[in-house]
Design a protein around this ligand. Structure first.
Ligand code: SF4
Ligand code: SF4
Length: 506
């Protein structure tokens, strides 16, 4: 795997010489080695800059300005600057190019082509300031119907006959996506888990195990069982609100996980149960799962290991045949299903897979929801959807398309200070988020980061209530799969057909 170096630097670092106080803060703050001091002045090597903006923020004189490089490359409509940079990098290092965060190709977002309905005259709206709008959901398998045993003719002695499956309650239909300790720092994990507990939402552990310090957050964590089985033991299984078998993820469908050895320090090694400094590579497939029956066996084994106390689910990347696979997974006993679309983020993925494999989450949600309904399975599973849930509007539309819970990660990183420089896999995050280097990790203030995540999701939930009120819906559960309240305004009517959404004006 290799790091992309560009044919021409992407960014230009300018230092205002008159304003510069030569305090050298930029030298200590830049983890990518852009700055040096030659005894007289600060020198900036623009070709090393990733535009993480740390120096700009920390410079007391505000003397640093980062701009896009204006260096001229002869224009070509087909061989764009990006494609030429890819060829240049590969001809230099002969490797697979890595990148981080989600797919950055300018592919149109289907969420942006959807509009929400609002009440007028005949169907009154609900004022969320004066009336209750419920955003709580119950996470886990629901029975198709309830059956009771009536012991007395006057109905004074009635008991429930139906078996109730394990469920837990969250106050907002939001999940923080799986980001492992290793891909992100201890402080970042701590901030996320504390925020999840205060908000009573759910967060994913990622596939890196769960450090014992985080066991106290178990009621708000779904732990992941991936093909590498990193950190999986009976304590891990029994310290979670739910367990998720990770078959795939949106950023790299068909791939395993990869944490470079440089990020595997003693803390990560201990949590993952692997040697320090070794690459943590989880295999592409689970070597004990080659069919739905194999998957069903693992689901059953995990339920048995946890004494049927927590829901067990499966995560898949959104691909062409997600709908029939989803049916098999639910029939195989999964209590929740996580769908991760092709814009889903990651700390490290081969660029070619991240940018070219999988399908948009919007299409996958609609296809899976519809198919589960046809098979009379929809109520048996909680459907989580992620992969480019950027803000509350995407959350609302994902639920209206058929999801129960919207999952996101990059908004959480941005809330904590991430500037989306896409260099997470290098372990040098200058903001202390995607790094294991102690001097960098310390830069992330856990309390501030936690507070910002809480503020972010509090805002989303308030906006969700605003939308529900405008639509005249008093609970988020009634929004789910309510595609009649969406309209399409994009350029491709075929997409509207697949989504099961009418065009605006219809
Ligand atoms: S941080 Fe700003 S003021 Fe300090 S040396 Fe760097 S450019 Fe100059
Ligand atoms: S987490 Fe850090 S390294 Fe990753 S994109 Fe954000 S700022 Fe860059």
């Amino acid at each position: 795997m290799a790091i992309a170096h560009e044919i021409i630097s992407h960014y230009k670092v300018n230092i205002d010489r008159e304003d510069c106080q030569k305090c050298k803060r930029c030298l200590t703050n830049c983890s990518f080695g852009v700055f040096s001091f030659n005894g007289e002045r600060i020198i900036a090597q623009s070709n090393k800059c990733v535009a993480c903006q740390r120096c700009v923020v920390m410079c007391p004189a505000k003397a640093i300005h980062i701009s896009q490089s204006e260096s001229f490359l002869p224009p070509h409509g087909n061989y764009t600057r990006k494609i030429r940079n890819i060829i240049w990098a590969q001809s230099g290092n002969g490797g697979v190019l890595l990148s981080a965060t989600g797919n950055d190709r300018p592919i149109r977002s289907i969420f942006d082509d959807l509009l929400l309905d609002a009440c007028q005259v005949t169907n009154p709206s609900i004022d969320p300031l004066r009336e209750t709008i419920e955003t709580k959901i119950f996470f886990g398998r629901k029975p198709k119907k309830l059956e009771f045993i009536v012991e007395s003719d006057d109905f004074t002695d009635v008991s429930l006959k139906t078996q109730i499956f394990p469920n837990f309650e969250i106050d907002m239909p939001i999940m923080v996506g799986h980001m492992s300790l290793g891909s992100i720092s201890y402080n970042a994990c701590q901030a996320i888990y504390r925020a999840a507990r205060e908000l009573n939402i759910i967060a994913g552990s990622g596939e890196g195990g769960l450090h014992p310090d985080f066991y106290e957050f178990a009621p708000n964590i779904i732990t992941e069982i991936a093909s590498g089985r990193f950190g999986v033991d009976i304590n891990y299984l029994n310290n979670a609100a739910g367990l998720e078998i990770k078959i795939g993820q949106g950023a790299k469908p068909g791939h395993g996980g990869h944490l470079p050895g440089e990020k595997v320090n003693s803390l990560i090694a201990q949590t993952r149960m692997i040697p320090e400094g070794s690459d943590a590579l989880s295999p592409y497939p689970h070597h004990d799962i080659y069919s739905i029956e194999d998957l069903a066996q693992l689901i059953a084994a995990l339920k048995e290991a946890t004494r049927y106390k927590v829901p067990v689910g499966v995560k898949i990347a959104a691909v062409h045949n997600s709908a029939p696979i989803a049916v098999g997974i639910v029939r195989g006993g999964a209590d929740f299903l996580t769908l991760d679309g092709f814009r889903g983020g990651t700390g490290a993925a081969p660029r070619i897979i991240r940018d070219h494999a999988g399908i948009p989450i919007e299409l996958a949600i609609a296809a899976v929801d519809e198919r589960l309904r046809q098979e009379n399975l929809r109520e048996e599973v909680t459907l989580i959807a992620g992969g480019s849930i950027r803000y509350s509007a995407d959350l609302v539309k994902a639920i209206a398309l058929g999801a129960d819970v919207a999952m996101c990660s990059l908004p959480v990183l941005i809330a904590m200070g991430c500037r989306v420089c896409q260099q997470c896999f290098r372990g040098l995050c200058s903001w202390g988020i995607a790094t294991q280097q102690e001097y960098l990790v310390k830069r992330l203030d856990i309390d501030i980061a936690k507070k910002r995540i809480i503020n972010l999701f509090h805002s989303w939930n308030e906006e969700l209530k605003e939308v529900l009120g405008a639509m005249g819906i008093d609970s988020v559960e009634s929004l789910r799969s309510n595609r009649d309240r969406l309209r399409y305004i994009g350029p491709n009517p075929r997409i509207a057909d697949i989504l099961g959404v009418k065009h605006a004006g219809e």
